[in-house]
Design a protein around this ligand. Structure first.
Ligand code: L34
Length: 282
């Protein structure tokens, strides 16, 4: 039976330390860290995530501004807002919640965010920095995953780490972070030939695909650290991860639940990144 990694509890710890650090920072500088969260359209999941981000800002003592734009917002309108926020002295972090409606080119929007305010770490400047090892910001979900792994007490150096999924938000950046910690990293995706053969070798397995319960016990090595990034809404309204939790928990060494694993860490790390952004104020 594995240890269940409590993401809610660790995220709460992190928010508490950000709150304390923010208090000291405000007293010393008079600067209140400010986060702008932009949501285009009415995707229900995005609304939940954005709501949680605003709530976390209030908890740690940040200014937060929410920009809720209609689904038919044009690319030009959104670019204009980003430009305004880039020049807004009260805003240190800008987060444009993804996915965006199809009339808007996501790449263009991300590239328009000032790299010093890019608390998502998605701007090409920061992606480049991640590749070479010195980004201004590490993307929130991968940063949260690294913290969860660190808290198990295992060392990554020399371990086999397997990432299932190659998105720009999770798969690619987490692979780079694991590599930076000297893990031997394999990235799997939909064209991978024998997925179970690869995942079964993993000391650390990251599931970031978006397919409910696709990682089954036969695909997992005994004692592995299993991190489940999937947030899949089932027909019955419940959430399920990419990992078949019960059977994998019986075999893994450590496992994250969904909900209550990676999700809350994403938001806690956004708070950390926003405080870092405020400290960079030039
Ligand atoms: N720009 N877009 C941008 N940055 C991000 O970092 C995100 N992401 C992903 C989607 N789009 C984004 C998020 O914020 C996913 N994501 C996210 C954030 C929070 C949670 C899940 C995903 C979360 O709080 N999950 C809860 C359950 C929430 C529920 O009940 O629906 C959990 O315990 O897993």
């Amino acid at each position: 039976m594995s240890v269940i990694i409590d993401g809610n509890k660790i995220a709460q710890d992190i928010r508490r330390s950000v709150r304390e650090e923010t208090l000291v920072f405000k007293e010393k500088t008079g600067i209140v860290p400010g986060l702008a969260v932009v949501l285009v359209g009415e995707d229900p999941a995005s609304q939940v995530y954005v709501g949680r981000k605003a709530k976390a800002c209030a908890e740690v003592g940040f200014l937060s501004r929410e920009y809720k734009l209609p689904a038919d917002t044009s690319e030009e309108e959104l670019l204009r807002l980003i430009n305004d926020l880039n020049h807004d002295q009260f805003i240190h972090g800008i987060l444009v919640q993804l996915p965006l409606p199809r009339q808007i080119a996501t790449d263009k929007i991300i590239a328009a965010i000032d790299p010093h305010k890019d608390v998502d770490g998605f701007n090409p400047y920061n992606v480049g920095g991640l590749v070479t090892g010195s980004p201004l910001f590490v993307p929130c979900t991968p940063r949260g995953i690294m913290e969860l792994i660190a808290r198990t007490g295992i060392t990554l150096s020399g371990k086999d780490a397997v990432v299932v999924g190659r998105s720009n938000i999770v798969g690619k950046p987490i692979a780079l972070l694991l590599l930076a910690q000297n893990a031997t990293v394999t990235i799997c995706h939909s064209k991978t030939k024998d997925l179970p053969a690869v995942t079964s070798r993993a000391d650390v397995l990251i599931a970031a695909v978006g397919k409910a319960r696709m990682i089954t016990a036969d695909m997992v090595k005994e004692g592995a650290v299993v991190i489940d990034v999937g947030v899949n809404r089932l027909d019955n309204g419940k959430l399920a991860g990419d990992v078949a939790f019960d059977e994998v928990a019986a075999k893994a060494g450590y496992i994250t639940p969904v909900p209550g694993g990676v999700g809350p860490m994403t938001i806690a790390m956004l708070m950390k990144n926003t405080l870092d952004a405020a400290k960079m104020t030039r």
